[in-house]
Design a protein around this ligand. Sequence first.
Ligand code: UDX
Ligand code: ADP
Length: 497
Amino acid sequence: VIGDWSSDVCSSDLRGVASTGTMAPEEVPKYPDPVKICCLGAGYVGGPTMSVISKMCPDIKVTVCDLNERRIAAWNSANLPIYEPGLQEVVEEARGRNLFFSTDIDAAIRECTIIFVSVNTPTKKTGIGAGEAADLTYWELAARRIAHVCNTTGDGSPKIIVEKSTVPVKTADAMASVMAASCTTTNFQVLSNPEFLAEGTAMDDLFKPDRVLVGGAETPAGHAAVQCLANVYRRWVPTAQVLTTNLWSAELSKLTANAFLAQRISSINSISALCEVTGANVNEVAHAIGVDTRIGSKFLKASVGFGGSCFQKDILNLVYLCRSFGLPEVAEYWNQVIVMNDWQKTRFAQNMVSSMFNTVSGKKIAILGFAFKKDTGDTRETPAIDVCNKLLEENAVLSVFDPKVTREQMYLDLGKEKMDKMQIEDDPYLCCAGAHAIAVMTEWDVFKKLDLQKIYDAMQKPAFIFDGRDVIDHETARKIGFEVWAVGKSSFNAGAK
Ligand code: UDX
Ligand code: ADP
């Protein structure tokens, strides 16, 4: 059942209800006001989310913890471990006032009422469900740590554990089981509060979310915990946008939202291939369908494929879940979104090879952009990895420029052997000098302003541009002499804009 439990109920009201005899008073704890909050996991989700909570609620102490000492040291320095527009200013304002970064996880768990769990949950690489199911190792370790600390503290203060990591549906159940089995003295509730922020726009998404979702048990104590967390968000998010649901609805909504968004991209990408062969222009098609208010204009940008830490992982979770529950047709339906995405990446690289006279062996190719989207240094599931791998298999010589991705990160993504065959440049013009082709992998704004003539003059001829993000001015490039191929537009020099 999805419902908005009377929004302004506070724990004392519920205690009042309890004393009327509809429930046992001890079932509904009184949470402190203001509550103290901590977050296990200082990553792309935990860091920005806690920073915004601390800015919007200056009276609430917020502690962000991580096992990784280097990461915490970076959060405490002028060089934050992640790049996110607007984040630095918020951290600098709140850090030391009511926002703290620490490796002392036990102390934070002990001190705080609301404990967010925002640890990594990558797709399993081995064992049952490999390639589909989520690896819950970090998540379970976090759960056990909370249970252990609560057990040894002995003060019995109530805890609200908030699942923030993307986890398969029913994981909150597992969290509750871990807690119940190893921690009998603490009154705890497990909530699901899925994160909908997108990297690159995380701060805006957190300050002005379309909605905040808080799921909890459908019991009086569950409702009280939901209200306690919802009240934190209500400090800056209009009440109508703070949705409360049962636990499973909240968990499944996250997977479903990401599956729907990714499906739109795969849908338009499938049409991009048809546009290329028919002479239609995918931007015109996307605009024409997007102005239909029933369809809407967002997430219809054809591309080399979607990346990021969420879409593929969440769809795979959904697929695994459907299979586990005996729904193979539903699993296959959603799996097709990934099949299409993989095909789009492969087809991009294959098209490069075939356009360049069926060989890229020994040819320098400039890769512009390595992040999975602009305004982030994150490379998780970035299409650039797949395209680079395919070009390297064809013995191309790669040169890469990205404004925010570090050399170390590329090293982790591609490995030493491949990195030895690549140059990493700090300057886009150096990256392109002497190249036979340019492949645009990320829609960084800086690529829109490149001096194409200067680049062309320093390249081998014929000079190719393969635009996977529609950021280059194709008409100007063609006038200069480039051979231009762009996703969803008719091929070389066919007059496509
Ligand atoms: C996504 C969801 O948007 C967010 O709500 C969720 O919490 C986490 O996953 P994120 O992965 O950070 O966020 O970025 P998003 O903007 O959704 O882009 C994902 C990928 O899709 C990127 O590679 C992007 O370039 C690509 N994309 C997006 C397209 O190719 N076309 C589009 O129209 C939109
Ligand atoms: P996300 O994009 O979901 O935020 P990240 O990988 O950026 O994922 O961040 C997850 C963080 O969680 C990492 O910095 C990792 O070190 C941290 N982490 C993993 N397990 C634990 C744990 N048990 N306690 C605290 N932090 C943890």
